[in-house]
Design a protein around this ligand. Structure first.
Ligand SMILES: [Zn+2]
Length: 424
């Protein structure tokens, strides 16, 4: 049987947002790319499968990055003393314009894809730039990496002086069709419609994208309610909208049964917007590092969880400087504590178990049954070598996982499996 094997080691995964299960010296069984469960002793029917022995190492689900910008990786950690709209104009738009040059794009994307492949991330939703050919080049490289990703050619036809902006709605839409037609042969790398955000897209462009979405049943990703200046701007540009989310919904680009949608940030989403997200099953990509760097604020993740919204984590490279979703987990806990301390004692801080769930099963649900080792889940797994942290204390698996959330580095990932396929 293809992609069938057993991983032996110290296994940990989420059972629910509040609880993780640990099995020291356990057996994680993969049958045809899916988990058949985690066992303390190997059941008889699996004893014929090859066993990969990672005794003494942690085995956890692969991490899910629901929001990152591949072209921004080259200038991560620059301009982190600015707010969003200035940062976009000074750093992002001039840098993204360079991806018209395929030699530049190839070199930049080689670095990004290799670092993502070595990172704890197994699946990601990625923005490219507005350039069709460079986006296809990124997708080719991702396809070869073995990662599973959804990638979007960015649409933007207004409010930007840089050549990263497309000439008009018609050009943007015809290039989008050319991009969609060009990526049909990929299996692990699939297209996701990517209007940059409402201020970058004319009504004509949004109408065209809505039509394409319905014709081709595509998923959608964008940004939502990240920053006060941005929200006020959307209200000016779309005076008919009742909230920012309604501006996407108006064009049919805001979730629903046939339109899987992930929106980054939602820092300042009010009750009406949150109710609409819940009704439409819109996923929220919580990006705590970016929200801190660009002084956007602290998203009320506790409220999202209590209200039953769908939420995972994003690195938002390069609003966030770090690719690691372990880093995003740690920051999600940290900023939730600040929010609780400084502004809102009603919303209890997140726990480590909740942050781990957000970065695995929470975000994984956007990709299907992904992000856990419960039977039936696609098997994305990381083997983590934490011996550099070990000592006389002999910590439990649970404590070792907590330490990894705060202290892990890419080099700690010593083996990685995506949908049952070993990457390294
Ligand atoms: Zn973003």
């Amino acid at each position: 049987m293809k992609n069938s094997f057993v991983l032996r080691g110290d296994v940990a995964y989420s059972l629910s947002p509040k609880e993780w299960r640990t099995v020291p010296g356990g057996y994680l069984v993969c049958v045809e790319g899916r988990s058949a469960g985690v066992f303390e002793t190997l059941p008889e029917q699996y004893t014929s499968l090859p066993v990969l022995d990672f005794s003494g190492k942690l085995i956890v689900p692969g991490l899910i990055d629901l929001h990152a910008h591949a072209p921004q990786y080259t200038y991560r950690a620059l301009g982190m003393d600015l707010e969003l709209l200035d940062w976009l104009n000074i750093h992002t738009f001039p840098a993204e314009a360079r991806y018209a040059d395929l030699d530049f794009a190839g070199a930049a994307y080689d670095r990004f894809v290799e670092d993502l492949r070595r990172s704890p991330t197994t699946r990601a939703c990625l923005f490219a730039t507005s350039h069709t050919d460079a986006t296809l080049l990124l997708m080719e490289k991702l396809e070869r990496s073995g990662l599973i990703t959804q990638v979007g050619k960015v649409n933007m036809d207004r409010n930007c002086d840089s050549p990263a902006r497309e000439a008009d709605a018609r050009t943007s839409l015809s290039e989008t069709v050319r991009w969609l037609d060009g990526c049909g042969s990929f299996h692990r790398t699939t297209p996701i419609l990517t209007p940059r955000f409402i201020p970058s897209c004319t009504d004509e462009l949004m109408e065209g994208l809505g039509k394409l979405q319905r014709e081709r049943g595509l998923p959608v990703q964008s940004h939502l309610s990240e920053n006060f200046g941005e929200i006020a701007w959307v209200q000016e540009l779309c005076p008919w909208s009742s909230c920012y989310g309604d501006a996407y919904d108006h064009f049919g680009l805001f979730g629903g049964e046939n339109c899987p949608t992930v929106m980054a940030h939602c820092v300042h989403s009010g009750a009406e917007e949150r109710a609409l997200m819940k009704e439409r099953g819109v996923f929220i990509a919580h990006c705590p590092e970016s929200n801190t760097n660009l002084s956007s604020g602290i998203a009320p993740v506790r409220a999202f969880l209590t209200e039953g919204l769908r939420v995972g984590l994003g690195s938002d490279v390069a609003g966030g400087a770090q690719l690691s979703i372990f880093k995003a987990m740690a920051l999600a806990v940290q900023v939730s504590k600040l929010r609780w301390r400084l502004t809102d004692q009603e919303l209890a801080p997140l726990t480590a178990a909740e942050a781990f769930w957000l970065g695995t099963a929470g975000g994984g649900a956007f990709f299907g049954k992904v992000g856990s080792f419960e039977p039936g889940y696609e098997l994305d797994a990381l083997v983590l070598d934490d011996t550099r942290l070990s000592g006389p204390h002999n910590h439990t698996v649970s404590k070792r996982l907590e330490q990894m959330i705060y202290l892990s580095e890419s080099a700690d990932v010593t083996a990685k499996f995506v949908a049952g396929q070993r990457l390294f």
